[in-house]
Design a protein around this ligand. Structure first.
Ligand SMILES: [Zn+2]
Length: 297
């Protein structure tokens, strides 16, 4: 199959003009290693006009979008593909309001679909960070979130983040996770999800990192108001200001999804050409269980 490459919107729109164009693409991705019936396990099938497959043995028909994050999208696959394309190629995050207007869909529907896309943007945690990695915590939300004089939900949300540096001290990759407090147990989550055991970790002097140093090589140095962690603090500044300007309020429930979207944008820079292909592939491969985990906001 042709992998859709590059980022030109006209070429994209030409490629995915109709529902059938999108279904064809999904079917090619879904069954690229051959068809196996979800009901009986048989491998022979008929291809329908809409690229669904009907099992030769038990006659079960499976649509191209079935059991994927693109199953029964209310507003159709053409819009869904375009939203995925915009979300994966734009250099900024898009708000649900913007997407709703641009695609003439309901804001809540846009919001719920965008959360599915963010779910697919979540790191597979297959490539732990190596070499020099800086780890720190930051808070988002609360009164700072653009609402003057009102506190939505009160407390700020705590997060822990890590940045993998290049030899020149530049950002190679960035990840952040929501945590409930600054205890060693909570801070450990980012180490276990995203750090290689052999990484050379540097943190500030917070004692919460002490117990973790049994399992990881951790050096501590004073933060000096962030001056000792310049690349990391630039990232923290960016993610906070993005959340503040794009989303007036980030609910606790969704913060990990927004953080995934942000990290995805930073970390994908190495494979820009195939970014849409990677996103759609992940949406096709995500189990439908994830769908029920995404609440209709
Ligand atoms: Zn079957």
């Amino acid at each position: 199959m042709d992998i859709f490459k590059w980022q030109q919107v006209i070429e994209f729109s030409r490629t995915f003009q109709t529902e059938l164009d999108c279904k064809k693409y999904l079917a090619e991705l879904k069954w690229k290693d051959g068809f196996t019936c979800r009901k009986c396990g048989h491998q022979g099938s008929q291809i329908r006009k809409d690229y669904a497959r009907t099992c030769n043995k038990c006659s079960d028909t499976e649509s191209a979008g079935a059991d994927t994050l693109l199953h029964k999208v209310k507003f159709g696959l053409v819009k869904a593909f375009h939203i995925c394309f915009e979300m994966s190629t734009s250099t900024k995050g898009l708000s649900a309001m913007y997407v709703a207007k641009r695609y003439a869909i309901n804001r809540k529907t846009a919001m719920s679909f965008m959360h599915k896309v963010r779910e697919a943007m979540k790191s597979g945690e297959n490539h732990p960070m190596q070499g020099e990695v800086h780890v720190d915590e930051f808070v988002v939300g609360g009164q700072e979130a653009g609402h003057t004089g009102r506190s939505y939900g009160g407390k700020k949300k705590k997060t822990v983040c890590a940045v993998e540096l290049t030899g020149e001290g530049k950002v190679r990759r960035f990840y952040a996770l929501k945590i409930k407090d600054l205890s060693a147990k909570s801070l450990r989550s980012i180490f276990e999800s995203h750090l290689d055991k052999a990484a050379q970790v540097i943190t500030d002097e917070w004692k919460g990192y002490w117990p973790i140093s049994k399992d990881y090589t951790i050096k501590q140095r004073p933060s000096e108001l962030g001056l000792n962690f310049k690349a990391l603090h630039t990232m923290i500044h960016q993610v906070k200001s993005w959340l503040r300007t794009t989303y007036s309020w980030v609910s606790k429930r969704h913060i990990d999804r927004y953080l995934s979207e942000f990290s995805n944008r930073i970390n994908r820079s190495q494979n820009k050409e195939t970014i849409f292909y990677i996103l759609i592939t992940r949406m096709v491969n995500q189990d439908k269980i994830y769908i029920s985990m995404v609440p209709d906001c």
